[in-house]
Every structure is written in structure tokens, then in C-alpha cells.
Design a protein around this ligand. Structure first.
Ligand SMILES: NC(=O)CC[C@H](N)C(=O)O
Length: 323
């Protein structure tokens, strides 16, 4: 039986584990970058970065952590946080739901099957519906609020990656079809075209692994950004947000991910993944090559390795993190 004591975390060991994860998976070239968005297919596939940000604002990194990549589906978590704040937890459950679809993130079949049509806010249908629920006078006002909120969560000013946005906007017929189908079912709460445009913009926000880890650490810290100390979201909503991340955040691989890591996480087809360790911090990783579900392969492996080495798993009553 290993003795666990509430001693100060060993930050040297944490850095060492991150370096090990980088070295272990550095030469792993399995998978392929997303190519249904032309600009994503042009990203350098060998990029690989890992960052950990703690709730008290310490940063630990390895690899290409300066590279700015598109946040993609990870944005869905933060727009959900905004809408939950505006409409409350019950409205999220009723209008969007919290059920994993068990189907790919852009599934139309899921819309036909799910009671709420969208299933949950972390698949494309649910995320476009979430964006359509956002309060705001115009699409431009909603987008401005989204960018400001994401920036507050990162603790730094974030920007739109124009090339990604234009490329995705020119090829997002499927998301437009999803929005129109939701409209036909009465679960689209703004003009479908405008909602898809705002959604496409939110997916095209550029972030580094450090900024992504800071966004996750804000969730871990009860809504307080660890760098700025600003309270950016309501702490009361965070258990519900993390619950949806755990059951739906890794697309139709969420069950296996939960089984392997016991950590709420969210991935994006840009190659980023962030895993949240409540009360402690967040682990973010980025690498463009994806598996069949759309999750970055090296980012998954790095986060799983780090969390296992640190003995962090929300279902483990002994889990105390770094010792
Ligand atoms: N899984 C993802 O990251 C998908 C996001 C992407 N913008 C899309 O709508 O297809």
C-alpha cells in the first residue's frame, strides 16, 4: 500500500513526466490530419506540444508550444459555459441534452435518433444549437462576446485564424445542412446560416497548448483564470460542464477515454485535446494527426501517460496528483 500524504507537489517530477511523454511519442506518426477542412490538411503534421497549467498559474511544457492551432470542437465547451450562465442548467438539459450520441461528431443519423435531436452540446448539431441560443443583438455581437470570453478563459487575447475560418466557411455545407435540419425540428434558436457562421468562427480561434491548458485550468479552478485571477465563469456550473465533457467530449470514443484516464476532456479536429483535473489544473496537448473518431493520437497518448504517471483519475479516491 502506497502512503499518500498531502505534501507539496513535486514540480520537478511533473516536468520530468511531461518531457518523458514528449520523448515517448515524438516519433509516433500514426493517423492523419483532418482533411475535410482544406486548410487543416496543410498544417505541419510533425508538430507536437504539451502544456500543463496548474490552478495556481504554474506552467510546464514540452515541444512546439508556441504553435498556434485552431481550437475547433474544444470551443464547444466554452460556448456551452456561456449559454449555461445565461439560461441555467435546466435549460441546457431540456433544450440540448447530456446524452452521448455514440455516433461521429457530425452525424445526421444522431439527429433523427436523439430525444432532444442534438443529444448533447459537444457534437456539431448540439454545438450549433448552443451557439444559436447565445444572447446577443446580432451575429457580430455574439461573436465578439465569444472571443472575449474565450480570451478571458485563456488569460490572454485570442484571435481568429483567418485562413482556417475562410477555408472552413467555404466547405461547411454539412454543418449548414445540420442547422437547417435542426430548424425543421424546431431546435434552432437563431437564423441557421448566422448560427453556423458564428460557430465556424468560434472553431477557428487560434490557441497555443499553454493557452488551451489555461482554459482548462480555469474550469479546474472553479471558474477563476489562474493567470489573471479573474472569475470568468460561475463555479456552480462547472460540475455539469465537466460531466458532459466526460461523457461526450471525445466523440464516439468518450467511453473508452473515460475508462482509460478517468478525466473529463475535449478534443478538436485541429489536433488539440484538453483534460481537466478538478481542483488541480489541466493537461493540454496538440498534434495534428487524428484517429478515426477525430481525436489527436499523440495528444491522447501524452495526456493518458501523464495522468497515469501522476496517478490522477477522478474515480480513484486515493488520487492526489503529484507527490
Ligand atoms: N470535431 C471537430 O473539431 C469539428 C469542428 C469543425 N469545425 C466542424 O464543424 O466540423
Amino acid at each position: 500500500q502506497v502512503e499518500k500524504s498531502p505534501v507539496a507537489p513535486d514540480y520537478n517530477k511533473l516536468q520530468q513526466i511531461i518531457d518523458e511523454a514528449y520523448k515517448l511519442f515524438e516519433n509516433d506518426s500514426a493517423g492523419a490530419p483532418a482533411d475535410y477542412i482544406p486548410e487543416l490538411a496543410r498544417v505541419e503534421p510533425d508538430l507536437f506540444g504539451i502544456s500543463v497549467v496548474t490552478v495556481d498559474g504554474r506552467v510546464f511544457s514540452a515541444g512546439h508550444v508556441e504553435h498556434c492551432f485552431s481550437i475547433q470542437s474544444i470551443s464547444k465547451v466554452f460556448t456551452l459555459a456561456m449559454v449555461m450562465e445565461q439560461l441555467g442548467q435546466q435549460a441546457i438539459l431540456e433544450k440540448l441534452g447530456a446524452e452521448p450520441t455514440g455516433l461521429p461528431f457530425n452525424s445526421v443519423t444522431a439527429i433523427e435518433q436523439q430525444a432532444t435531436r442534438v443529444g448533447n452540446p459537444l457534437v456539431n448539431a448540439g454545438a450549433i444549437a448552443t451557439t444559436s441560443l447565445l444572447e446577443g443583438k446580432s451575429a457580430a455581437a455574439k461573436w465578439k462576446n465569444i472571443l472575449a470570453f474565450y480570451s478571458a478563459c485563456a488569460g490572454e487575447e485570442l484571435e481568429l485564424l483567418k485562413d482556417i475560418y475562410e477555408s472552413e466557411a467555404a466547405t461547411n455545407a454539412r454543418n449548414q445542412a445540420i442547422a437547417r435540419l435542426l430548424d425543421a425540428y424546431g431546435v434552432m434558436y437563431d437564423d441557421p446560416e448566422k448560427a453556423v457562421d458564428v460557430y465556424t468562427r468560434q472553431c477557428s480561434v487560434g490557441i497555443t497548448t499553454k493557452q488551451l491548458a489555461a482554459m482548462g485550468a480555469t474550469l479546474a479552478a472553479g471558474g477563476i483564470n489562474p493567470f489573471t485571477g479573474v472569475e470568468v465563469m460561475n463555479a456552480e456550473n462547472i460540475p455539469q460542464i465537466l460531466s458532459i465533457m466526460l461523457s461526450c467530449g471525445m466523440y464516439d470514443y468518450s467511453g473508452t477515454w473515460s475508462y482509460l484516464t478517468g478525466l473529463p476532456a475535449k478534443s478538436g479536429v485541429g489536433g488539440g485535446i484538453v483534460a481537466v483535473v478538478p481542483g488541480k489544473g489541466a493537461i493540454a496537448a496538440f498534434s495534428p494527426r487524428l484517429d478515426g473518431a477525430g481525436n489527436s493520437i499523440r495528444a491522447q497518448k501524452a495526456i493518458a501517460y501523464i495522468s497515469q504517471q501522476l496517478n490522477i483519475n477522478i474515480f480513484d479516491p486515493q488520487s492526489v496528483g503529484v507527490e
